[in-house]
Design a protein around this ligand. Structure first.
Ligand code: ADQ
Length: 475
């Protein structure tokens, strides 16, 4: 098979210290486990953006990274990607800022990255671009003469036309997405929203077997849900259960039930509502006082973005209030950590937790939900409480599904989970485990790359001026 070249904003260069929190790496590394190249930003700021990449090799994977300038860091990273696209794609128009210079920087960073990558490309490489930071990448690579197949996968949700239209550059971005050979989304709903945008904003409709046709080129849009290697994670969790860190956690609980949440410290993850819900659980269901501890692991993320600083202050305050109000001299109800924890330890922590709380306001997929299920002890499984607005809810419908905007609903779900009989816990777990084993990191990469390498039928017919109306009849 051809070499796979992965391009993503951040690159998991193995020499970096410590574990990295983030779902993209977990799901994508399977694509290049047999050899490949991973290209992107080093995470460092330098005088200029791009230039000659730094090369590293680990096993049979090459890593190539470049820097960005201070100005691009502010405009591209803090600005357009995390201040405009991220809130927009997470249905938070009130948090979106628009600055034309930031969009210009977004384009120029993508152009510089494409130039840096060019000398490393081979003619039959399959190029796989990841996430909202890099939408213009295919357009920029094509402009440099790259003829390879190029695919794009969006890890975050896609929005309906009424929301996307708020973005001044929406049509331009949609056209750039049409320059790929395949564009993937986490769920059927995100795919439908994308297709609605193409239809209503550009008048384009997919033709079965061909895809979206523009200028003699076809782009196939697909839903390819990302997953984890669930069976391997289950084995890791079983081993981790007897490891030192898990044992320390269990000892510290002195028989209490554990509720766990693991999220990047991000406003899309719904943490304030979750804290409110926990406080109400202790308030309204007094039987749980002294009997349950809630561990929230929330490593800090995007600390230069103002909204993230506000969220951190808000959660610090709420933690103080909850513990000040309910703690006893020998019980701290809420344990709140803002640093990452090694994945091996996390696996053990999930396994001993009676409840897994995954309540994002919006999420592309959410791999923590899948990890929590995979880590459970089949003989005594915990219960997953899952937001209906996480992509994972499309598959994991045997979890307790909640609306994360309603803290009372989360409170009731916590109570239901803490008091659920073993037989029901097992029945839900068995069905959920079967589902997390079905869509894995491997099946995700296979589905996406399969579409990317598909045979595209002769496109001459479609150049005869196919309109949205014509295409709709064929749909
Ligand atoms: P994220 O927003 O980063 O990913 P998620 O899918 O939950 O969200 O992945 C987080 C990953 O990081 C998990 O594998 C988890 O174990 C790990 N992690 C989280 N907190 C950690 C901690 N404290 N210590 C160590 N590891 C931690 C984006 C999208 C998601 C989408 C993924 C993958 O926002 O919707 O599911 O990409 O496509």
């Amino acid at each position: 098979m051809a070499r796979v070249v992965v391009i993503s904003n951040r690159v998991p260069v193995p020499t970096e210290l410590g574990p990295r929190a983030g779902g993209l790496v977990v799901g994508v590394k399977d694509a290049i486990k047999d050899g490949g190249l991973w290209f992107g930003w080093s995470g460092q700021v330098a005088e200029h953006t791009g230039g000659q990449p730094h090369l590293n090799r680990a096993g049979n994977v090459d890593y190539a990274t470049v820097e960005i300038s201070k100005e691009d860091y502010e405009r591209f990273y803090v600005g357009f990607t995390n201040g405009t696209l991220w809130p927009l794609l997470h249905f938070r128009p009130g948090l979106v800022a628009f600055e034309r210079v930031e969009f210009e920087s977004y384009l120029s960073v993508n152009r510089a990255f494409a130039k840096s990558l060019l000398p490393l490309l081979k003619p039959d490489d399959l190029i796989w671009v990841h996430d909202y930071h890099l939408i213009p990448m295919a357009t920029e690579l094509r402009a440099l003469g790259v003829k390879n197949r190029i695919g794009f996968f969006l890890h975050v949700p896609f929005v309906p036309p009424s929301l996307l239209d708020a973005l001044p550059q929406a049509r331009r971005l949609l056209r750039m997405m049409c320059d790929y050979d395949a564009v993937g989304f986490q769920t059927a709903q995100h795919l439908r929203d994308f297709q609605d945008c193409l239809r209503s904003m550009l008048g384009l409709v997919a033709v079965p077997g061909i895809g979206i046709q523009t200028d003699g080129h076809a782009m196939m849009p697909i839903a390819a849900p990302i997953g984890i290697d669930a069976r391997a994670f289950a084995r890791q969790a079983k081993r981790a259960a007897s490891a030192k860190a898990t044992q320390r956690l269990v000892d510290s609980l002195v028989g209490r039930s554990l509720i766990i949440g693991v999220d990047r410290l991000d406003y899309s993850k719904g943490l304030p509502n979750r804290f409110v819900a926990f406080s109400r659980l202790l308030e309204e269901h007094k039987e749980h006082r002294l009997k349950v501890s809630y561990l929230q692991v929330a490593p800090r993320s995007r600390e230069d973005v103002a909204e993230y600083q506000r969220l951190k202050r808000d959660l610090d305050r709420r933690t103080g209030e909850i513990n000040g109000r309910f703690a006893e001299f020998d019980w701290v109800p809420l344990r709140y950590l803002t640093r990452p924890i090694a994945r091996a330890s996390l696996a053990g922590f999930y396994r001993v937790a009676r409840v897994g709380l995954v309540t994002p306001l919006r999420d592309g997929m959410n791999l923590v939900a899948k990890e929590y299920v995979a880590a459970q002890d089949p003989e005594d499984p915990g219960v997953l409480v899952l937001s209906r607005f996480a992509g994972a809810a499309e598959e994991l419908d045997d979890a307790i599904i909640i609306n994360p905007n309603d803290s009372d609903e989360i409170t009731e779900a916590m109570h239901q989970a803490l008091t659920m009989p073993l037989a029901e816990r097992k029945a839900r777990y068995e069905s959920l485990f079967e589902k997390v084993c079905r869509t894995t990191a491997q099946s995700y990469c296979k589905d996406f790359l399969g579409t990317l390498t598909r045979q595209v039928p002769d496109l001459d017919i479609r150049e005869s001026g196919m309109t949205a109306d014509h295409a709709q009849h064929q749909h």
